[in-house]
Design a protein around this ligand. Structure first.
Ligand code: M6R
Length: 368
């Protein structure tokens, strides 16, 4: 049932182009407009929303962080993201015009489920993004947008994460479409571009051999750091989570701008630091991260840089350069996450770990 792969995780990473395509299927009309009727929310209700709160755990939380950037940029609605386990132990301000979106691949995470119940008690409208048909969360929410990743067996979330990203982009663009924000043309162009993402994901998968080699060469390291800015920051957190979860190795993700506020003291000779670089078109953001790379390299870090193809300005500072296809900033996590999945999977395998069933973890965490 592993379809010729040594592990479900490898199979599921390879299935991502299909998973992304299936999650887009039937949701983009011939006229380029989005149709998300399954969310059971009327245009009028969507126009009345004044705040969005996203709740999730683990990898789904990282999808939530990326959703915040997409929703605030395209839809222009204030958006907060919170760990589901924290959400209900403070006093979140929820009203009838608050939209809560729970993100859970399994639809069974107890932390997220309890947060959903709490939000519904406060009369907020609650939607969920879920991959498992008939699971508990979709039954308890006002509406659901299913991801169509197919069953994910490996404990590490891979294809479900990429499809959650597709789902959050669809929701952000749909809200923008309904509310008619100033980004009308960009929204239309993004919907078109989303349609081309499966090919781009495929292209990344075809170029992963050097990443596997790199991972094997780092199997004896004590620690790996991950840096990113903007949506590259949650991608860095996701890279670190995967490495902890699968390779049982110390790993941390940082917002690159926070380096100088403390973490830079961790940099020492030979420390591997993986940096996610935004597209060149985002000049300010891009240039800032190039100087972050120079700073850590001057202090001895071994720089492993994920950047868009042909980015010559970053190449001179990269000990290892991993190129991904050029896509707009907000969509970039769909391509930059893949090398990090492959990296942690290969490194954990080199250490002799079972990547499908890491120690102490379960696929659905049904206790609080
Ligand atoms: O099923 P969920 O999306 O609610 O699960 C949330 C987390 O438990 C999950 O993403 C976990 O962090 C993964 N094992 C990460 O690979």
């Amino acid at each position: 049932e592993k379809g010729g792969y040594d592990a479900f995780m490898l199979k599921e990473i390879a299935e991502q182009p299909r998973a992304v395509a299936d999650t887009l299927l039937g949701r983009i009309g011939a006229d380029g407009r989005l149709h998300l009727d399954e969310m059971h929310i009327t245009d009028e209700q969507l126009r009345e929303i004044d705040k969005i709160i996203i709740i999730a755990c683990g990898t789904s939380y990282h999808a939530g962080m990326i959703a915040k950037y997409a929703i605030e940029h395209w839809a222009g609605v204030p958006c907060e993201v919170e760990f589901a386990s924290e959400f209900r132990y403070r006093d979140p301000i929820l009203t009838k015009s608050t939209l809560v979106i729970a993100i859970s691949q399994s639809g069974e995470s107890m932390d997220t489920l309890m947060a959903v119940r709490h939000a519904r008690e406060q009369k907020a409208r609650v939607l969920c993004i879920c991959n498992v048909n008939g699971s508990t969360m979709p039954r308890e929410c006002d509406g659901v947008l299913y991801t169509h990743a197919g069953p994910e067996v490996g404990v590490a979330a891979t294809k479900t994460f990429l499809t959650q990203l597709v789902a959050v982009y669809l929701i952000a663009l749909y809200i923008a479409q309904v509310r008619g924000t100033k980004w009308g043309d960009e929204v239309f162009a993004m919907v078109q571009l989303l349609g081309s993402m499966p090919e781009k994901v495929e292209k990344v998968l075809e170029t992963m051999e050097p990443v596997r080699e790199l991972a094997r060469s780092l199997a004896d390291e004590k620690s790996v750091l991950f840096l990113g800015r903007h949506v590259g920051f949650p991608v860095a957190l996701e890279g670190a989570l995967k490495l902890k979860e699968l390779a049982y190795m110390h790993a941390e993700g940082f917002a690159a701008g926070e380096l100088k506020h403390g973490p830079i003291a961790l940099i020492e000779d030979g420390l591997p630091v993986i940096v996610v670089v935004p597209p060149r078109a985002r000049d300010v953001l891009h240039d800032k991260i190039v100087s972050n790379i120079q700073e850590i390299r001057a202090r001895g870090a071994r720089t492993i840089v994920i950047a868009e193809e042909g980015d010559d300005s970053v190449a001179p500072y990269a000990d290892t350069l991993i190129e991904v296809p050029a896509v707009p900033t907000l969509l970039q996590p769909l391509v930059t996450t893949i090398p990090l999945q492959v990296f942690s999977c290969e490194l954990a395998t080199a250490k002799g770990h079972d990547v499908d069933q890491p120690r102490n973890l379960a696929k659905s965490v049904t206790v609080e």
